[in-house]
Design a protein around this ligand. Structure first.
Ligand SMILES: [Zn+2]
Length: 474
């Protein structure tokens, strides 16, 4: 296990100065919107400083790195705050991997029944892939280990689907069987100190609703207009595949997905941070197939100290600006189709009336993939399979369903839209499609209108996405 030193009194890593400017600007006494200037991000300044989770993150990191786990009683208490029903399974990830290498299968109990999962490796790392750990002193490049992402089916159930990451410290994924989707997450994702060898297995409808948590696309889009590109585009893809599709093969395109993870995200996931992100990507590929896209991880970077993290604010707009600035300034040479920040911060959007609205993620506008100076997206550590699919969907020109259909149709599909569970009652327990504007517990399926939007965008503006011919399974 990789362990890092942590110092509270460190100097801010020099990321070009703008991140420092944004952080300090949050302390100004009035609400101001600085006009956009060429090559700079207009800061939206709130009346109060934006409370970030620095001290809490440091405490969380200590627990994460210590390996200390809470008791079963405390774990069940914590899980009851997020889930109506669940099962707990204790596993040994190393032994699970050994079983897989020896037999091509792993064993897992689902709904009280032992199942054999038949798995094959699926390497989602692009040819350009690199994994960086950024400390206060150095950038450490991690060696490429064996493939840790798998797909397959339940033995005897050929129409089932399995997506699983099996890393020495982490097991996560889902099993789709008989119309039900079982999620498999390490317990620490729900309860600090829950451990990574205790797996929580639950279904979508088991997740308890949370009030008033939205995507900030609309708000951030208004402020992102007029940003000028700072420098030349990143290098393009080099992995074109020649040949025409036939009846036995199908043409798909790769989305090269370059990721950053901030210090707070590292505090939650520790040395398994980049593996966790690969696990998320493996899962979303299970249903991005409807759009004829495969999401590949182009590069991964994680910041292991608060002092070295260029992402410092909890304003969602401020953080989007920091993402834009960091990649326009220091990451132009990184091959990618879209850059994505995984944040462990609690993000807010300050409304003109003084209220603060909690948000879970944002893209800056629609259809930015391939437009590298604008293709920046971020989200928080919250029901991430649906959330990352949602925000990446915006970058691929997927709209909120109220914009694609109508508000009344979105209300029917996503009953909690535009109001929280505290004022509108429980959201639809069956969830809604991925592009519901109010992110609650999506079904993880794209509405047909979203599939159509994404396919149209890829056909007209997706020239940077490398075409690949793959075997076709009817
Ligand atoms: Zn959205």
């Amino acid at each position: 296990m990789f362990q890092m030193r942590f110092r509270n009194e460190s100097e801010k890593r020099n990321t070009g100065g703008v991140a420092l400017l944004l952080a300090s600007a949050c302390l100004l006494p009035a609400t101001l919107t600085t006009p956009a200037a060429a090559g700079s991000c207009p800061a939206v300044v709130s009346p109060q400083s934006i409370p970030c989770s620095g001290n809490r993150a440091a405490e969380r990191l200590e627990m994460t790195l210590s390996g200390v786990t809470v008791s079963d009683f405390a774990l069940h208490q914590g899980l009851a705050e997020s889930l109506r029903h669940y099962a707990l399974e204790t596993v040994d990830p190393v032994a699970m991997r050994q079983q897989l290498d020896a037999t091509g299968t792993v064993s897992l109990s689902l709904a009280g029944q032992s199942r054999q999962l038949v798995l094959e490796a699926v390497d989602l790392r692009a040819p350009s892939w690199e994994s960086l750990i950024v400390t206060e002193d150095a950038d450490i490049r991690l060696p490429a280990g064996p493939v840790d992402t798998f797909k397959g089916h339940v033995a005897g159930q050929p129409r089932s689907q399995v997506r699983l990451l099996i890393d020495p410290d982490l097991v996560m994924g889902y099993v789709e069987l008989d119309g039900r989707r079982f999620f498999i997450d390490p317990a620490y994702k729900f309860v600090p100190g829950g451990g990574s060898n205790r797996l929580v297995i639950y279904q979508e409808a088991d997740l308890l609703p949370e009030p008033g948590i939205d995507c900030a696309l609309t708000e951030v889009r208004e402020h992102a207009q007029g940003l000028d590109a700072r420098s030349a585009d990143a290098p393009g893809d080099q992995h074109l595949v020649a040949g025409a599709p036939s009846k036995r093969f199908t043409l798909v395109r790769w989305v090269d997905f370059a990721t950053d993870a901030d210090f707070e995200y590292y505090a939650i996931h520790g040395s398994g941070t980049n593996a966790h992100i690969r696990g998320i990507v493996n899962m979303i590929n299970g249903f991005y197939g409807d759009t004829a896209l495969i999401v590949k991880v182009a590069s991964q970077r994680v910041f292991t100290s608060q002092g070295g993290d260029p992402y410092s604010t909890c304003s969602v707009w401020g953080q989007w600006c920091e993402l834009w600035d960091e990649w326009e300034t220091n990451r132009q040479g990184v091959a990618r189709d879209v850059a994505y920040l995984f944040s462990g911060k609690a993000l807010f959007w300050d409304l003109p009336n003084g209220f603060r609205h909690r948000v879970r993620g944002t893209a800056n506008m629609l259809g930015t993939v391939c437009d590298l100076d604008r293709a920046y997206v971020l989200s928080t550590d919250y029901r991430e399979v649906g959330l990352v699919s949602h925000e990446l969907g915006h970058a691929l020109d997927g709209r909120h369903l109220r914009d694609s259909l109508s508000l009344s149709q979105e209300l029917a599909l996503c009953p909690d839209v535009d109001c929280g569970a505290d004022t509108c009652g429980d959201p639809n327990p069956a969830g809604g499609p991925v592009m519901c504007g109010h992110i609650q517990q999506p079904t993880l399926d794209f509405h047909p209108v979203t599939v159509s939007e994404i396919k149209s965008f890829v056909a007209s503006s997706g020239s940077c996405l490398s075409p690949v011919i793959i075997p076709y399974w009817p």
